[in-house]
Design a protein around this ligand. Structure first.
Ligand code: G2I
Length: 447
């Protein structure tokens, strides 16, 4: 009884929720300084996978609420979580995520209805006709509960084998119902919630290869026969063994050309620093280059809760700091970062360097270089000093030098952070070795 009441109230409020989401997107497009708002400026959503168990963590919820415009329950809508015993649905954890998302004006992706993994143990032993009934009942149970509230559903997940065969993966559904289980699931899903985009979702299909060719042929066949399919999800779990494919954009485009939307559904890229940032840039640029790529979802908020946490594959570190990959994504989305936030796109960090000789004697001198921040605060600076060929530096203070020939590149030791317009200086002692010429101070760069 309580489930029925809940189901009615979800349906009754869905229209209001959709209106609220639109308002939030329109409003935040003006600010364009978070992932979600910058993506909205490009007509896309930017989402993340979410675990209900972390929503009570203040920094987790704050980062989620600030940055993202769509959420995907990471595990809470899967079959084992929602129908652990036949006909008995539990939506407590999934509802927590959907309620949270709606309270923040975020959209929700549904993940996933029919998948060989995370199946409760009662499903596999069913005979063919019972399994068909159970599959359709499961789709109807989930989609009915969230009718009107899910922007896209992963109707079928990972039904193709890895490797070169392009064959279907063995699963209870494939083995007992044959190839037709996929289109049956899509037809049932269309009837259950006509407003939801219906997606096929898989991994290792991000570039052109035998597996993506097989999915492509299935989608082409579905479109030609009127089987209801609206989008294809590309999970995009990348690392050194499975790098961002060079034909990623081309692959997304060929699916889009079949008349479906494409979505990047579970993006994560193992690595760190500028290399990871560059890979994220490739992915975002590929999506933006395909007009039917309607949005991107990263597979988690923070590295510490990633399914591949050892590979630090996400945009926020374990302390919720923005990583270089975050700045790269925001920049690729055309967003502007916070003024003075190091590395943020458009932060305008700048500095100047000026030289003075502060002491002089027959065999040597002391030089001082003053670094002054520009109109915005900075967190680091780099200055170059080129010495006349004969001269050599015997000591340097308040800076950290590296040498290339007679060019000294100096970075901060303790004094990298400067308020807008503020100054610091480093000094050095040089031996003249017969040349009294002044060193040349090159341009100063800041971040
Ligand atoms: O494996 C990465 C993803 C590949 N595509 C489909 C996604 O649904 C899948 O997500 C992952 C979740 O990120 C993990 O969190 O799916 C895994 C299971 O297939 C999830 O891991 C499971 C653990 O295996 C369980 O031990 C654990 O109880 O998460 C469960 C809930 O924390």
């Amino acid at each position: 009884m309580s489930m029925i009441v809940r189901r009615l109230s979800r349906a009754a409020t869905a229209g209001l929720v959709a209106a609220a989401a639109l308002t939030a997107a329109a409003h935040s497009a003006e600010a364009a300084d978070t992932l979600g708002s910058a993506a909205a400026g490009q007509g896309r959503y930017f989402g993340t996978a979410v675990a209900a168990s972390h929503l009570g963590e203040t920094d987790y919820a704050a980062t989620l609420d600030r940055e993202f415009s769509s959420v995907t329950p990471e595990n809470e809508m899967k079959w084992d979580a929602t129908e652990p015993s036949r006909g008995s649905f539990t939506f407590t954890s999934a509802d927590r995520i959907v309620d949270h998302a709606q309270s923040q004006g975020m959209d929700v992706r549904g993940h996933t209805l029919v998948w060989h993994s995370q199946l409760p143990s009662w499903v596999s032993p069913l005979g063919a006709s019972d399994l068909r009934t159970a599959m359709n009942a499961h789709i109807n149970g989930l989609m009915g509960h969230y009718k009107g509230e899910i922007h896209s559903w992963d109707v079928v997940n990972e039904a193709f084998q890895d490797g070169g065969s392009g064959a279907r993966r063995s699963s209870p559904f494939q083995d007992k119902l044959g190839d037709g289980f996929i289109e049956e699931a899509f037809r049932t899903a269309r009837a259950a919630d006509p407003a939801a985009k219906l997606c096929y979702n898989d991994y290792n299909t991000d570039g052109v290869n035998a597996k993506s060719n097989a999915v492509y042929n299935m989608v082409k066949d579905f479109k030609s026969r009127g089987v209801p399919i609206d989008c294809v999800g590309f999970q995009s779990h990348f690392n050194s063994n499975s790098p961002v494919p060079s034909d990623y954009r081309q692959n997304l485009q060929r699916f889009a050309d079949l008349g479906v939307d494409v979505q990047i559904t579970e993006l994560d890229i193992e690595g760190s620093g500028s290399a990871q940032a560059a890979d994220y840039t490739k992915v975002v640029e590929a999506c933006l280059a395909v007009s039917r790529c309607t949005g991107m979802t990263v597979w988690g908020v923070t590295d510490k809760y990633s399914w591949r946490s050892g590979g630090t594959p996400l945009l926020f570190d374990g302390d919720y700091n923005e990583k270089p990959a975050y700045d790269a994504v925001l920049s690729a989305l055309g967003g502007a970062g916070d003024p003075g936030d190091p590395g943020d796109p458009g932060d305008g960090a700048s500095c100047t360097a000026t030289y003075t000789r502060t002491a002089d004697w027959s065999s040597g001198y002391n030089g001082q270089v003053t670094i002054t921040a520009g109109a915005e605060p900075i967190s680091s600076w780099t200055a170059t000093v080129t010495l006349p060929a004969q001269q050599s530096v015997s000591s340097l203070w308040n800076g950290t030098p590296t040498w290339s020939g007679n060019v000294m590149t100096v970075r901060p030791s303790w004094n990298g952070t400067l308020a807008a317009g503020a100054s610091t200086s480093f000094g050095f002692t040089a031996a003249k070795n017969g040349s009294d010429a002044a060193p040349a101070v090159g341009s100063c760069t800041a971040s």
